[in-house]
Design a protein around this ligand. Structure first.
Ligand code: PBG
Length: 325
């Protein structure tokens, strides 16, 4: 036998030098749930992740920066009595997320990349990502100005990147136009361009209190059976002026990450979502898997599939524990 692939796997040092995929800490983005009330509220379905008031958030982000975790994605959590039919808590220029962004920017300056989720569901009484008509229809074009207002509020507060996750048609161009008209042409848009209607968002909806009160999200989020449509959605957002694209969730959609990476020129993110995180956490708690090894394998596979950025609830632990070294 002359050909022996095992020769290249002989020592750990050799394997490391031949590794085709590497995950760098700069690629990781930590999501945060921001609440109005002070203090910290643990999230049952997401061990290790809590809703945080603005001051605990500043402390946490400061500690994370020490470990080289320098990108955050912020979600606002609103009390039910704040929610209404136009998501006014989300579009308020002095609302929760704009205040959090201003504070983080004040404290950390350009040492931190601040991304904000732009979606109405957390502030809508209906729990939907767009305006709900009495008939049960989600109104696309009526939702666009609200999303643009929300993005503009985040941009003025100092967000580097706004990330629309609603899946309304035309929202990228609506947001881009609004930002540009208001002097915010340097704020980037990371579009959740290929976002599937997934059952893996379960724990997140508890965390953000953003479950639809009626129906589901299948008239706006993508059908998991559709690969060609998934690529088309990302290409459309590129044409609308998105600066970065995203595939979400990640693990059941690694094929789609590869397809989108091969079909566009823009930087691509993948969102390792709450249900994916929960599966790892629950299994690790029972001692059924080696969490460190599984997390590394997951992050590596997402990057290998073609994602340059990974939004993941594992980010903090991976860096704190030195798993990437
Ligand atoms: C808001 C939004 C969701 C997630 C991110 N932004 C939930 C949804 O679409 O229902 C999910 C993130 C996760 O599960 O970690 N539209």
């Amino acid at each position: 036998m002359r050909i022996r692939p095992r020769r290249n796997r002989k020592t750990a040092l050799l394997r490391d030098s031949l590794a085709e995929t590497r995950v760098h800490r700069e690629q990781l983005i930590q999501p945060h749930f921001v609440q109005d009330k002070d203090g910290i509220t643990p999230i049952g379905a997401m061990p290790g992740i809590s809703r945080m008031g603005i001051e605990p958030l500043v402390d946490q982000v400061g500690a994370d920066l020490e470990h080289g975790l320098s990108s955050v994605l912020l979600f606002g959590v609103h009390d039910s009595d704040e929610k209404d039919e136009h998501a006014s808590a989300a579009t308020d220029p002095d609302g929760l997320i704009p205040r959090a962004v201003r504070r983080l920017r004040d404290v950390f300056g350009d040492r931190l990349t601040i991304m904000t989720d732009v979606c109405l569901c957390g502030a809508m009484s209906s729990g939907h990502c767009g305006v709900l008509e009495a008939s049960g229809r989600i109104l696309n074009d009526e939702s666009l100005p609200l999303l643009a207002d929300m993005a503009l509020a985040h941009a003025h507060a100092g967000a580097d990147v706004v990330a629309p996750s609603d899946m309304m048609d035309g929202r990228v161009v609506a947001i881009r136009d609004r930002l540009d008209d208001d002097g915010m042409s340097d704020t980037a848009i990371l579009s959740y361009s290929t976002k599937f209607a997934s059952a893996f968002y379960g724990p997140f909806r508890e965390a953000a209190d953003s479950s639809p009160q009626s129906g589901d999200r299948k008239t706006y989020q993508l059908d998991p059976r559709n690969r060609r449509e998934a690529v088309r959605e990302s290409i459309l957002d590129q044409e609308e002026g998105a600066d970065m694209l995203m595939v979400k969730p990640a693990l059941s959609y690694l094929d789609i990450i590869r397809d989108v990476a091969d079909s566009t020129d823009l930087p691509l993110a993948a969102y390792n979502v709450s249900g994916e995180y929960g599966m790892v956490k629950a299994t690790a708690e029972r001692g059924w898997i080696d969490e460190r090894a599984v997390v590394l394998e997951i992050l590596t596979s997402i990057v290998r599939a073609g994602a340059g950025l990974v939004i993941t609830y594992h980010a903090r632990e991976a860096l704190e524990q030195g798993w990437l070294q």
